[in-house]
Design a protein around this ligand. Sequence first.
Ligand code: B12
Length: 499
Amino acid sequence: MPGAERDRAAEQLLASREPLMNAALGRLRGAPAAQVSPDGAEALARCRVDLGAHVDALAAALRAGGGEELGEHCAFAAVFLEALGVPRSALGAALDALSESIGEQLDPELSALAQDVLAAGRRRLCDSPLVTPAALAIIPAARPAPGEATSASEALQCSAARIAAMSVALSYVRRPGDALARGARRACCLEDARHHVAQLAAAVDLESPELFSAYADWVRTLLLGLGLDPAELVGHLGALGDVLAITLPEHLAEAPRRYLSAAVDRLTSAYVEPPSFVRPEAALGVFACGYLDALLQGDRRRALEVIREAIEASAPIKDIYIHILQPCQYEVGRLWQLHQLSTAEEHYCTAVTQMILSQLYPLVFNADRAGRRLVATAVDGNLHEIGARFVADFFEMEGWDTFYLGASTPAQAVIDEVVHRKADVLAVSAMLGEHLASVGDLVTAVRADDRCRNVVVLVGGQPFCVVHDLWRQLGADGSAPTAEGAVRAAEQLLAARGA
Ligand code: B12
């Protein structure tokens, strides 16, 4: 099939997109094209959108080579529609209606080309092993059904896998050329879509559109680092919104759809790459630059040397935490996000920082005892342990007896430890939106346990810096953006209680 002819067929197809959609829709309804009203019932509008997507996919397939590309589109459309309970035969009927309309409206030789490609794609619906029970198994039925859920966040969580699969299928159907939905990326894309839904559920639960917009912004940077087009993310979030509109009852779909639109607005605004966290002109900036450089060179001896030099230059130990180690950890995260550092390199840098923290302990454990006790932990599910460790060390430097539990500690284990250690304060650290539900559950469990009646609960970590009153919604007593602030908050809260 000559390429120029195929291109002409694609052009003519796109030029006749609207009349083709109307004619095919008319055929499907058994009515003449002239009687089709574009603003009919919701189902009609959806069917029309689908027909438009089929025309676009056919044009893209003609340009790209032929039936195989369209077969991909058909298979995905079938998965999507079957997830909605629409039989595969309905898709076949839509493609047949489109084919007949093409026969009527395109030049004869071009329409034959387009119809051949359409027929090859359509065959995929009959013989394809793609729309198998295994493919559909990625779309498990929701339990409880979304209609029975009492909140939008519960509805999102109970159908998360299904909603994610449908939104990926829909965005592929709509934008067949997207790298994100193709080949090896498709599995990642499904995984990403699950994250989008989980983050959306967390944000809706906390009534914080900002939490989801900040997440979307973070994903944009990640995609740019991978050389992918953020417009694809906009397409995905748009598809997610449309899936919610058809899978959730209207009153439950409203808030998440509003949050998605706000995120899309953010994503379509001008992009600013996150700036470096390590600057030579900042306090102890020269040491921070030297330390980061040593980490990136894989030279931990040198890294330790830089910290020794800072101590010899009389840098206070707390400043070494705040102005050297913390910004360097943030910078490592930024470089990882921009794809300039591998996961292994990030692990290496973090391991070096943990080694340095241990080396600093003789300087940490030398304050006069204050007679107060702190348990600090990363919440269940949070693998980031250094934030809680910083917090524990700052309390230790103020003479508190501290019990630092490390990463992801189950709620009951935390409570038992708080009781066992007779803690005055419990400090809980979260990092991702996904961790916030566990923070809420832990705070609720602490409150419900009579043995923890007098314990002050502080929560913190990066989501609490994005949305400042989150701690209140989660039932904690306070929060602070830094380890230093955590000590002040604890002291004020205890003083206010006369403790
Ligand atoms: C090291 C690291 C990891 C390590 C952690 C290992 C370890 N032993 O701790 C590992 C590899 C496990 C990891 C995993 C992941 N990570 Co990570 N990680 C980081 C990194 C580079 C450094 C974290 C750190 O050490 N920070 C230094 C400490 C001192 O800072 P902090 O935690 O903010 O704590 C301060 C304040 O927040 C506050 N604070 C903290 N806790 C508390 C508690 C209380 C009570 C109070 C008052 C205050 C307070 O005080 C602290 C000191 O001032 C960050 C980058 C970053 N910006 O932090 C990414 C980062 C947090 N990770 C990120 C991601 C995406 C992930 C993964 C999802 C990646 C993946 N796909 O697998 C997983 C999630 C794992 C999970 N379930 O938790 C993203 C999060 C993006 C987002 N906001 O959604 C970040 C920001 C990287 C990035 N720029 O993209 N990660």
